[in-house]
Design a protein around this ligand. Structure first.
Ligand code: NOJ
Length: 971
């Protein structure tokens, strides 16, 4: 599609805040107006902020043992329960005392210093510079030329956000106009453009994972990228791959692609490729181990500290880091560090994570940005490898006190932050901007023409240009630009295909599906009133009567569920409810539809609703980000359908011999209360389908497409089946809650397999409308085994070098005559009086940690990605319909000892290492190939600090789910 095509397909409209969302067609009726346009204003001078209270005094980092990483979590002592108070008086006095204690206890939480589990994260310094890898060479050359001309003030400007709601996007940086670097707009989120109008509400990540379709993963990325670019977004805050899904109830799991690192990694990488091929910088988030919402950040859950995810080194590498490694390998431009602590050091101040793993071992060349207020220290976070603070606010929202901004300027001037570090921070930002062609004026016109053409903080056409400030200047902030494409290029078509392929058919007795639009199953002469009677039940089949976007960031579960809630949600331009698609697909001359779009069973049941020939019942389960909750849910603490969906299903099936259940959900749902009841004939797990929900569902129900989704997670028989590690911690075990990832590698199917627990439906499972055989496994050795990857190459490129002279403080003083806006973050100082102060360097700063042998390229040592085995199978469609099969390749390592410690290594029974989705007409056969890399065939050796290919045979199994693997061979 050319730029002209894109522009030709965009229209402007006047969607006002509070109005019901127009349908797709009604967009045509909107027109633009000629009022003052933001883009006609002069670019904003970049400006200043009041000097923050107190000096530049970042908190001293907690002492940690230099260079020593404690492996494996520490046990937490169970609390003792008393049994000594047996008399009545004792009970009364006890109750009073307990009441008092309970009142005081929360206060004590503030007073008691944070006590960790003893697990710490080792220091890794200094921060590796960007510009060492050939893939980024030209961008770094250009960036070096630009940054070389920047003043310190400009470097601070482009690495510090301007403050929450100071400008139009959820994150905004200030410009360096003198050298031609624009302000950047950073915007959520993983399934579309948050707070925007006329943009696609795509299926959520979990649905994309369920497609197992690489082509669709990439294409959705392209669509997301194009829409963000056309709305003027420079940096897309997605995809999400952390949470990975350690706990099936984790509130934000649905933003990512499922709890298997390989599926998650492939989906993330292809999404990133798609987005960045459109020139938008993607953000791999949240780095790392932000696995639950409870206690994810300080103060949000009352506690003064965030939870610490305590993870051993091997688990980190083989599970949680894997998708981030794939993202870096795909060339991701930005990584967002997360709210939580990892091994008792905040992720955004954790030098092991940012300097050590991300920048050294994975060779990340882009910039690390903080999650919103996830930065908890000033100097320390910069030295630990943070490159950009978002949204610029410091420890508190919107008080104008950043941890960087003027404090970063001061930190450089007083010697706390080396000039070198701030140069690298700025260079990484500018290099990412060049890397994705954002200097191309045709695609990224400068202000006044370019920049964001929507406001995150108003639905009005004309409104404040600095939404949260005392500046009342207004302009056109919403251009209502339609970026959804048109005709064949209407993005809804692709969204519909993804939602359909992300729908998993798990039960289909007697091939009741696909349905016949005319009713089919009952001969005409046997039909009452000559019509086939279909009942549609459940609130989830219909719309929210108050409008699709009525709840902030979708934080309510009303009507059909098409997305979870939080910053990963969007305003839907339209939402096709399932009932509407059913009504338009069934032939109403032959079929009579009775609707009961409620979960309330109180009235007229079963007289009106009983005696249907076929019943469709729709139920759901929702969750979302921790700053919001619905009905007490953020993380799900049980996996049952919400709104008493189980009772509804049972009631329908009690009265209907042919019942089909559809579940819309953020993740696995327990189906046990009804799955085996005799009238439950078919079950579809439709995940979170996005705007085209009903159309996609009808595509599958009526067989316009094959049922080709496969589970991206395990559906257990109970939440307990997922093991202790699968439970969300809802009660803090201290002021700084300690969550020990004791289960190590054994999450989701790996846990079920290890403990021989039979799931209801296993990871990778899903039925088709046709049948397939997979045969003729052939494993060809492309490269022989050898324990270690090639030695790390010397850095082939030198990072940019700049003079490190500290500028004259007078150059950083707030310019006279410049107006300070309330709450805005500025890079300037109030006075040029600076006292030298280098006392805040963290422990280990002079450590000069060694380069990781696992590093040397984007995503790690390039030889980790050498292909060692070619796995080929034949797939035949043995049925009578066309269909799609997902060929899944799993690897099982045999018992062996670690090369360095000599200790036995515990391996999962099997791990997914590759997959391909293949389309076949009835009777056709195709050869499907997957290639296994050195990394696929290795484990992370803590002793060697490298990926090691174990001696002996590795079993390669191929089939159609994690428990249906008819073929196996060895490498
Ligand atoms: C916090 C969320 O965790 C993150 O995913 C999002 O990008 C930012 N807020 C900005 O909205």
């Amino acid at each position: 599609m050319t730029r002209q095509d894109e522009l030709a397909s965009s229209r402007e409209g006047l969607l006002r805040y509070g109005e019901d969302t127009p349908t797709r067609d009604s967009f045509d009726n909107y027109s633009s107006s000629s009022e003052l346009d933001l883009h006609e204003l002069e670019p904003l001078e970049d400006t200043t902020s009041p000097r923050p209270r107190g000096g530049w005094s970042p908190k001293k980092k907690k002492k940690s043992k230099k260079g020593k990483e404690k492996e494996g979590p520490q046990p937490i002592k169970p609390k003792r329960r008393g049994g000594w108070c047996r008399t009545r008086n004792c009970v009364i006095v006890g109750t009073i005392l307990t009441g008092g204690l309970l009142t005081l206890l929360p206060m004590a939480f503030w007073l008691v210093p944070g006590k960790g589990s003893g697990i710490t994260s080792p220091p890794v310094y200094p921060s590796p510079k960007g510009g060492t890898l050939s893939q980024w060479e030209q961008s770094y050359e250009k960036a070096a030329a630009m940054v070389g001309k920047m003043s310190l003030i400009e470097k601070v400007n482009i690495t510090t956000g301007t403050g929450w709601a100071q400008d139009l996007c959820v994150g905004n940086t200030a410009p360096a106009y003198n050298v031609g670097f624009p302000p950047l707009c950073l915007q959520d989120g993983p399934l579309g453009i948050r707070f925007a109008d006329h943009a696609t509400a795509w299926p959520a990540g979990i649905t994309v994972g369920a497609t197992w379709n690489k082509d669709l993963m990439y294409k959705r990325g392209r669509g997301l990228g194009l829409e963000h670019r056309l709305k003027g977004v420079n940096v897309w805050l997605g995809p999400s791959m952390g949470p990975l899904g350690r706990m099936p109830g984790g509130g934000r799991n649905w933003e990512g692609f499922g709890p298997d690192p390989v599926l998650q990694g492939i989906a993330a990488a292809l999404t990133i490729k798609g987005v960045q091929d459109e020139g938008v910088i993607a953000t791999a988030k949240h780095y790392i181990a932000n696995e639950q919402e409870h206690f994810r950040q300080a103060w949000e859950w009352i506690l003064p500290n965030a939870i610490s995810s305590n993870i051993d080194d091997r688990t980190m590498h083989e599970i949680y880091l894997w998708p981030f490694a794939d993202s870096v390998r795909a060339g991701v431009g930005s990584v967002m560090c997360s709210y939580n602590m990892v091994n008792n050091s905040y992720a955004c101040g954790n030098s092991k994570l940012m300097n050590g793993i991300l920048k050294d071992e994975l060779g990340f060349q882009g910039f690390v940005q903080s999650d919103w207020l996830a930065q908890r220290s000033g100097v320390a976070s910069s030295l630990a490898g943070l490159d950009m603070t978002m949204p610029g606010d410091g420890l508190v929202w919107q008080d104008g006190n950043s941890l960087w901004g003027s404090k970063l300027t001061e930190g450089v001037l007083n010697g706390s932050v080396p000039m070198d570090r701030v140069n690298d921070m700025a260079t990484r930002v500018v290099a990412a901007w060049y890397q994705f062609g954002q200097d191309d004026q045709a695609k990224w016109p400068a202000l006044p023409k370019g920049g964001p053409n929507f406001s995150s903080f108003s639905k009005n056409k004309v409104d404040k240009i600095h939404p949260y400030s005392d500046d009342d200047t207004t302009a056109v902030v919403n251009h209502f630009k339609d970026v959804q494409g048109e005709g064949d290029r209407f993005h809804g078509r692709l969204a519909q295909q993804i939602a359909a392929e992300g729908t998993v058919l798990v039960k289909n007795v007697d091939n009741i599906l696909p349905l016949d639009p005319k009713g089919g199953l009952v001969p005409r002469n046997l039909r009452r009133d000559g019509k086939y009677r279909v009942g549609v039940f459940g609130e989830d089949a219909g719309s929210n009567p108050e409008g699709n976007n009525i709840c902030p960031d979708r934080s309510c579960n009303v009507g059909t569920l098409a997305s979870g809630w939080g910053s990963g949600a969007v305003d839907f331009p339209f939402l096709v409810p399932p009932v509407e698609a059913l009504e338009s697909t069934f032939d109403l001359t032959a079929v009579e539809i009775t609707k009961s779009l409620t979960n309330d069973l109180s009235t007229n049941w079963p007289d009106v609703h009983g005696q249907q020939d076929l019943c469709l019942v729709l139920i759901n389960s929702d969750a979302g980000e921790g700053y919001l909750s619905w009905n007490g849910v953020t993380d799900r603490t049980d996996l049952h359908p919400q709104k008493d969906g189980d009772t509804l299903v049972k009631r329908v099936q009690d009265n209907c011999a042919q019942t089909i259940v559809v579940v819309h959900a953020v993740g696995p749902v327990i189906l046990e209360r009804w799955i085996e009841l005799p009238n439950i004939k078919a079950v579809l797990l439709a995940n979170l389908p996005g705007e085209e929900s009903g159309n996609a569902l009808a595509d599958v129900l009526f067989g316009r497409v094959d049922a080709s989704g496969r589970l991206p997670y395990t559906v257990g028989k109970s939440l307990k089946d997922y093991g202790p590690g699968g439970q969300v911690m809802t009660k803090p075990n201290g002021p700084s809650p300690q969550q020990n990832f004791d289960e190590g590698l054994f999450i989701d199917y790996r846990y079920f397999d290890k403990h021989n627990i039979k799931p209801r439906y296993e990871f990778g499972f899903g039925l088709s409308y046709t049948t397939f055989t997979i045969s003729k496994l052939n494993i060809t050795t492309l490269k022989p085994k050898s324990p270690l990857p090639s030695p790390r190459l010397d850095q082939s490129l030198m990072p940019p070098a700049y003079p490190t002279t500290i500028p004259d403080p007078s150059s950083a003083v707030f310019p006279a005559g410049l107006r300070r806006l309330k709450g805005r973050i500025y890079p300037y100082l109030n006075s040029a009086a600076i006292r030298e102060d280098t006392s805040h360097y963290p422990d280990g700063w002079d450590n000069h940690s060694h380069l990781s042998p696992a590093g040397g390229g984007e995503g790690g040592n390039p030889s980790l990605y050498d292909e060692h085995a070619l796995v080929a199978v034949s797939v035949t469609n043995t049925g009578i319909r066309p269909g799609k099969q997902v060929v899944q390749v799993y690897v099982s390592f045999h018992e062996t000892t670690d090369v360095s410690t000599g200790k036995m290594i515990d391996f999962p029974v099997r791990v997914l290492r590759g997959f391909e989705k293949v389309e076949l007409r009835a009777g056709d056969t195709k050869t499907v190939e997957t290639r296994l890399t050195r990394k696929d065939l290795s484990y992370w050796s803590v002793g060697r600090q490298n990926w090691v290919m174990p001696d002996g045979e590795v079993t390669v199994s191929v089939g159609s789910s994690s428990r249906d693997l008819p073929l196996s061979g060895v490498y």
